[in-house]
Design a protein around this ligand. Structure first.
Ligand SMILES: C[S@@+](CC[C@H](N)C(=O)[O-])C[C@H]1O[C@@H](n2cnc3c(N)ncnc32)[C@H](O)[C@@H]1O
Length: 275
């Protein structure tokens, strides 16, 4: 599985984006807190075999490795070499002997069937090109009774994305962001259709007031890969339309401003299913 995965343009752009981000990714502990919660709710225990899909800098993998101990094993996979380098350095610094990081595409894993007690995917599920196929693929690798845990955001999360969606819809553009996993019903249905049972979804209502400036910086331009959509949907707009859409986006945000700032919802779902 450690040979060079063949990446299409969409995945190569994601890999390049995260390799660029890898140097600063751990500066904030936001993803770390989410990853630790996912592992905690996922009831990891000593001796288990854990697969961390789209491991990034290894937040889930390292949290799980500390629990499974020397009898257990954790594998973290990702397509971004920069993120994997950071993960390996961290595991080395912690002298973790039960953890391995591999370059692999989450949607084309060559992994033994029925081999994992836990499979996690934190802050990364919406990057998959085909959510149903990805879940069906991962289901094979779980042992019977094993648990898959994924973390997603509600479709109300991130004011910049929500307002971008509203504005570009007028231009005939559908910008998905968290929409495919954006409700409890959608998450449940995705897992059920992939064969998972005993589905449990934990909802955490989070968010904060942010400045207008910070909200404006959330404009989802066209130069960036968009989760689950290639080419980025906004690249269908002309330069003139993009400029106009961005101006409308800023006007919409100004209308949302209160004395405390702009509410940035970050409602989070932790979704679990058993094989
Ligand atoms: C926001 S980061 C999350 C990293 C980590 N799971 C965490 O909780 O911090 C998203 C990660 O997904 C990875 N990724 C996206 N698509 C992938 C794919 N098809 N296969 C493997 N990794 C992928 C990216 O390279 C990136 O490291």
């Amino acid at each position: 599985m450690s040979h060079q995965p063949e990446l299409n343009k969409y995945k190569q752009e994601i890999a390049d984006l995260y390799t660029r981000r890898s140097q600063t990714y751990d500066n904030s502990d936001w993803h770390l807190q989410i990853a630790r919660r996912l592992v905690k709710y996922g009831r990891v225990s000593s001796g288990q075999q854990v697969l961390d899909i789209a491991t990034g800098t290894g937040h889930v993998a390292i949290a799980a490795a500390e629990i499974v101990g020397s009898e257990g094993r954790v594998i973290g996979i990702d397509i971004a070499t920069g993120m994997l380098d950071r993960a390996r350095n961290k595991a080395q610094e912690l002298s973790l002997k039960n953890t391995e990081f591999m370059l692999a595409d989450a949607e084309a894993l060559d992994f033994p069937v029925n081999s994992c007690d836990r499979i996690f995917c934190s802050s990364a599920f919406i990057w998959m090109s085909d959510l149903h196929t990805a879940l069906t693929h991962w289901h094979k690798f779980l042992k019977p009774g094993g648990i898959l845990g994924i973390h997603t955001f509600a479709d109300t999360a991130f004011v910049g994305g929500v307002v971008t969606q509203k504005v570009v819809k007028k231009y005939g553009i559908s910008f998905n962001m968290s929409k495919p996993t954006g409700t409890v019903k959608k998450c449940r249905s995705l897992l059920e259709q992939a064969g998972f049972k005993q589905i449990e979804i934990k909802i955490e209502q989070d968010g904060s007031y942010i400045s207008l400036e910070k909200a404006k910086a959330m404009w989802a331009g066209s130069s960036h890969p968009a989760p689950g959509q290639y080419p980025p949907p906004l690249s269908a707009l002309s330069t003139e339309q993009l400029g106009q859409a961005k101006a409308e986006f800023e006007v919409e945000l100004e209308a949302l401003q209160t004395e405390q700032g702009i509410w940035n919802d970050i409602t989070t779902f932790y979704v679990f299913g058993r094989k």
